[in-house]
Structures are given as C-alpha cells and as structure tokens.
Design a protein around this ligand. Sequence first.
Ligand code: M6R
Length: 610
Amino acid sequence: MCGIIGYIGNKPANEIIFEGLTRLEYRGYDSAGIAVLDDGKIHVKKDIGKLHQLKDLLLTNFGSTSSQGIGHTRWATHGRPSGFNAHPHGDSRGTLMVAHNGIIENYMKLKNRLVQAGFIFSSQTDSEVLAHLIAYHYHNNLEEAVLAALKEVEGAYAIAVIHRNHPDRLVCARKESPLILGLSKDENFIASDVTAILQHTRNVIYLDNYEMATVKREGVEVYDFSGSRIEKKIKQVDWNPIAAEKGGFPHFMLKEIFEQPQVIRNTIGGRTSEEEGKIYLTELGLSGPDIFKTQRIVIIGCGTAFYAGCVGKYLIEKLVRIPVECDLASEFRYRDPLVDSNTLVVAISQSGETADTLAAVREARKKGAKVLGVVNAKESSLTRDVDGLVYIHAGPEIGVASTKAYIAMLTALTLLALLLGKIRGVLTPEFVTDQIRELKRLPQEIEKILAEPDQIKALAKKFMNAKNFLFLGRGINFPTAMEGALKLKEISYIHAEAYAAGEMKHGPIALIDKDMPVFVVATNSATYEKLISNIQEVNARSGTVIALCSEGDKEIYDHAHQMITVPNVSEILSPIINVIPLQLYAYYVADLKGLNVDQPRNLAKSVTVE
Ligand code: M6R
C-alpha cells in the first residue's frame, strides 16, 4: 500500500526520503515521487516504476539539495499507475505539495466545485483534490488551511504537506490511515510506517485519528482537529532494523518461512506453565464474567488472517465448546451482523491496519460486542480500537505473502482456545499441559521440514508450468488447503482453488484431468479414510495427486503420485505444521518462474483502503 515519508533537517531531503521510500517498498507500489522546498520554490519529480528504475530521477538528477520535503510510493486506486497520478500532488498555482495515503470518498463533489472555482487538475486521483482544497482555504496559515480542507473531506487519509511560504515546517494529519512522527536532534520525520525512519531514530509519536502535527527542525507540535494543542507520549521503538533485512536469504519470504520455528517460540514465550497446565495472556482484557457470559464467538479477518480465523473456529469449537463463526471482514461490515454484548468478536490482522478489518471492528463495537484483537504490529490502529489483545509476536513481516504471521496467528489462537477452554471448565489442567508440551515440540518438528527443502523444490520444478491447481483438505486442514492455494496464486500467478475434499464431487470434480495437479492435505486425522476416498475420486479422473502425509503413512503410497511427509503431531496442531511445505512449494514455483516473490504484482502488504 502507499507509503509516505517527510523530512525536515539539515541533510539533502531527497536522499533521506529516497532511502526511506526504499524501506517502504515491501508495502507494494507502482510509482513514486519526491517534492522538496528550495528557496521559495517547489521541486517535484515523480514517475511510474520501481525505485531502482527511478534512482536517476529522484537522486542523481534531482536538482536540489534542499533539506525539507515529502515523498510517496503509490499503489493505484483512483486512476491507473502513471507519472501524472503519482504523488506528491500540487495545486494549480504551484504553492504547495501533498502526499496522501487512503481514499477521499467525496472527491468528485469537491473536484467539481474546485474546477468551477478555476482550479486545474492534472491527475485522475482522488488525492489531488486535497492539494487544491488546501490552497483554496489558504490565507497565510498552513495549519488552518489544512484543517479547513479536512473538515470538508470524507474518507480515510494520512497526509503530509509542504508550502512554499513555510520553509520552516511540514504539516501532517491522519484519519484512519497510520502516520507517525520520528524525532531526532535538529531533524524530524513523518512516516506512514516506522520502518521508513528506523535508520535515523527510534523515538516516535504515533498520531491518532483526527490529529494534526506541525513538524519543524527543532521540534514537533501535535493538535486535535479543533486546533487545540495535545501532549503526546514519545515511544521508543524496540525493533531491530536488522530484523527487517534479508539476513543472507534471497528473499524476505524465504527468510520469514525459515524464521517460523523461532516465531512459534516467541508467540508461546512466557505465556505457559507446563506444570500447572496454565496459559497467561496478560493483555486479554476479558474478565472471568466476560468469558462466562460469551455465548458466541465471531472471528473476522481478511486473506491469510481470515484463514487463520477458520482454523481458530475449529480450535475454539473443539476446545471451548462455544459456537464460532468465521467471516471475511469485508462481508461482516456490511451485513448488519447479529452480534450483541454476549458475543466476543476476535479480529485477526498482521498489520493491524487493514481497512476492512478496522471497519468490521467498529461495527461490532457499535453493536455492543467485546472485541479482542489478535495482532502482530504493535501500536497499529487495530490495537487502539479493541477491548483486549493477544499479540502474536511474529516480528516485522516484509514479504507481501504472509507466512510467519500465519503461523504465529495459529499459535496464538491455540493458546487462546486452551485458555478459554480451561476457564470455562471444558479442559482439564492435564489436557492443557499435554497441549503445551506438544506446542513446544512444534519448532523442532518444523526445523526437520526446513532442513530438507530440496524435495519440495523438485516438486515445484515438476509442476511449475501447470496452469491450474486444486488444493483439498478436510476439517481443521480445510483452511490449510485454502492458505496453500492463496500462497500459490499470490506469488506465482497460477490459478489455484481450494475445496473441502468432501465437496469436490459436487462440482469441481468436473475440472479434473491429466493436466490438473491436486494437492491433498492428508495427514493423520479423524477423516483420513474419507480423504483416501477423495484421492481415489481424483485418480479415477486421471488427475495427479500430491499428498501431504504424516511420517510413517504407508497406505498413502498406494494412492498418491507424489508425497511430501511431515512429522506426526496431534490433529488440532497439524495446521501449524502442514502449511510449511505449501508455503515452500509456492515460494519455489514463483522463484523458478523468476517472479518478484516479495512484491507480487497488484498486491500490497497492508490494504488500508476498502
Ligand atoms: O495485515 P492483515 O493480516 O490484516 O492482512 C490481511 C490480508 O490482506 C493479507 O493476509 C493478504 O491476504 C496477504 N497478501 C496474504 O499473503
């Protein structure tokens, strides 16, 4: 998704901003631009393309060493990717520049009015309206002009503004799109994501909705939208910037897949007592009575987070014996959902910034439900809009295709289910102790899979030219099949569909022929024999079966064409281990095809628009 960085200090702004934008590349973008203020004149350079292609434009031939400016990476929503549509956008009199993340919903109405007032638009974007609107309201006070403009705007935004009459400041504001201020000596920053400025400072202020800031070389001031000054806490970022680099792996995605054993250890770390059969989730924010009065749980999320939620549904229904529904956040928010104060809504998100998930949470809270966030990104918007939290502790995930966050979500949901089951008297301490032991064994079992990736790579080579793929699973591993298909289509652009194996005969079986490889998640489970029947149905139509099976399974050899074996674990924990070969498979196919694994086409890391 789009990224913003602003700089004011004593170094060449375009260099600092360019470097910051490269750290935001992982979010996905199609064009980029930088604007600086130099001696009362604005210099702006922007174009379609990746930063390495725009290096000459934005660095070498920039033509200014100004120490104050803003930059942006754009991911197209309104208007195709192009130089004209790239940010920053200026007003037609050349007085100011704006970088914007989010969507201005009433932009057509505002644009028509501004065009009638004589403003000339040069892009198809919704964002450009902000530049003209601020210019329209400008009477020598930039902050007042920004506030007056934002009062007219409907939608979501994080904005950064420079104005030729104000060489001492940047102005920024946010509503529903993340924005932070980075503080340092004689220089200060604006960024949509903390990774953009970690090289320079770890002291940050997280702006909340309806807050605006004036950022000067010597300091920052934060205001609410009525113009009153607010005191904000300065927070120390404890991330290691090295953790956001590749560490010897060719891609972030591969690095993140290999980090998964450690991620599980981190998610579990300090939250369990094996002897007492206890789980501690200290930020849960739910009292004993809250947990007892819960009659229904609704899990919401998007993409991979949704599939983690689908596993969560099986886990919680089995271990807590409460009815659970899992819904896509983008559907939930608009279906007038039946939730009330006896419903617990669990919102899952890696970024904590997904617009659909945030809106679904607001909807649930409006209806009186308690909301629990299962989140990776600390201080993200979601963490500030929930009653309680279970942080998943996956660390920064850079690859657009989510891997380690999924594993951490599953681990955190297992802890949550065990805790709720224990509190509600469904589970005995002995059972919880056994599960904690099993959970703690998973990292070393995953290490065994990661130690032998060549077999999976060979399979990827064999099937890399298939045009279509089917993924089948049952029960708690049906979401594993869905996540495996999502990974493959996201990064290799191969059409992949997932089905509950028992549903295949109701339609998708018509697709099967010799050119259709079928991945079947067939590890030990209560429905193993049923899966064998499903595999036979594929064989009878000349399909090729690649079975994911448990170590020691001899029977599967009689039915599948290719096998990937995984260590034996209990069925409820099997999704955590079964997804690893599917992630590796998708990775190798995309890499063998020479595709951009970490930044697949059309995708963004964090989808902060609807
Ligand atoms: O940050 P979130 O977990 O809320 O993101 C949700 C989805 O956008 C995300 O999982 C997406 O589907 C990924 N590309 C999956 O790899």
